[in-house]
Design a protein around this ligand. Structure first.
Ligand code: CO
Length: 284
């Protein structure tokens, strides 16, 4: 039981773990690990962040996706994406690409730089059965397409999806009604945000550290730690003695069976096998 009525429940916390993906890009996997295999509707969260070009130069050459969405949010660095349907674009610092893979595409995500810092997140979000075979689509926004609000002193919130103080992020996805906020807190600054009813949510600190929650349930959350949160309640964040940055993400759970292998996420084993066949026969 919560000591303070209406305070968000902190279900558990986990640390990211070192992983490698694509052609050998080094990253930190936070969701999609043995400790946290998924958090419906979220299937995976990777943080990539390095100043060493050899950690990212190999990039993510051509690979397929079917049945879910990938959300790439860049903090530093430039990444070029290209798919087999003729879509191409450059992700720059502060931009977001919300890609609905739907029935399938083959794409590459390659660094457009040979030195300097590359930093950002890729989040995988599941699609409901009725949307898994829709046509692929992109919602892509440059940095100036993402509104920033200042809901409390020393608190700045960049909105990718969801609303704060009546201002909404640009992403539209009725299937999961996602919230995706990038929050910067000055040292000692505090803010509380009401998590949507019935959503699963998480907070992930990528710079600094903070206190999460209130009263006797409050607990610290350090850099590279993720807290799993219950929805329908007020979450308070209080920065420690340094500037602190975190993402706060929520989505309505789909509560459907998941049959998943690599870049294919379907509902049944038969659909998964069909995805392999369709990919091999060039039907993506
Ligand atoms: Co991809």
């Amino acid at each position: 039981m919560s000591a303070i009525p209406d305070a968000a429940r902190i279900v558990r916390t986990v640390r990211g773990m070192a992983a490698s993906d694509g052609a050998g890009v080094k990253l930190t996997r936070v969701i999609g690990t043995p400790q946290l295999p998924d958090l419906d509707p979220f299937l995976m969260l990777d943080e990539f962040g390095t100043d060493r070009a050899e950690d990212y130069l190999a990039g993510f050459p051509d690979h397929p996706h079917r049945g879910f969405e990938t959300v790439t949010y860049m903090l530093d660095g430039r990444m070029r994406h290209k798919d087999n349907h003729g879509n191409e674009g450059l992700l720059v610092p502060g931009s977001v690409q919300w890609m609905t893979a739907g029935r399938g595409l083959v794409h590459s995500e390659m660094p457009e730089q040979e030195a300097g810092r590359m930093r950002g997140f890729q989040l995988w979000i599941n699609l409901p059965a009725k949307d898994k075979m829709t046509a692929p689509k992109y919602q892509e926004f440059a940095p100036d397409g993402l509104p920033v609000v200042t809901p409390a002193p020393g608190v700045s919130v960049k909105l990718i999806a969801g609303a704060v103080d009546g201002v909404s992020g640009p992403i539209v996805q009725p299937a999961t009604e996602p919230v995706y906020l990038d929050i910067t807190l000055q040292a000692g600054a505090a803010w509380s945000y009401r998590l949507p009813d019935g959503h699963n949510a998480f907070a992930y600190v990528y710079e600094g550290g903070l206190q999460l929650g209130e009263g006797e349930d409050a607990r610290p959350l350090a850099q590279q730690e993720l807290a799993v949160l219950g929805g329908g309640a007020r979450l308070q964040v209080l920065a420690g003695d340094a500037e602190t940055r975190l993402i706060l993400v929520a989505g309505r759970p789909l509560r459907e069976p998941v049959a998943r292998h690599g870049p294919f996420v379907m509902n049944t084993r038969e659909e998964l096998m069909q995805a392999f066949v369709d990919f091999q026969q060039g039907r993506f």
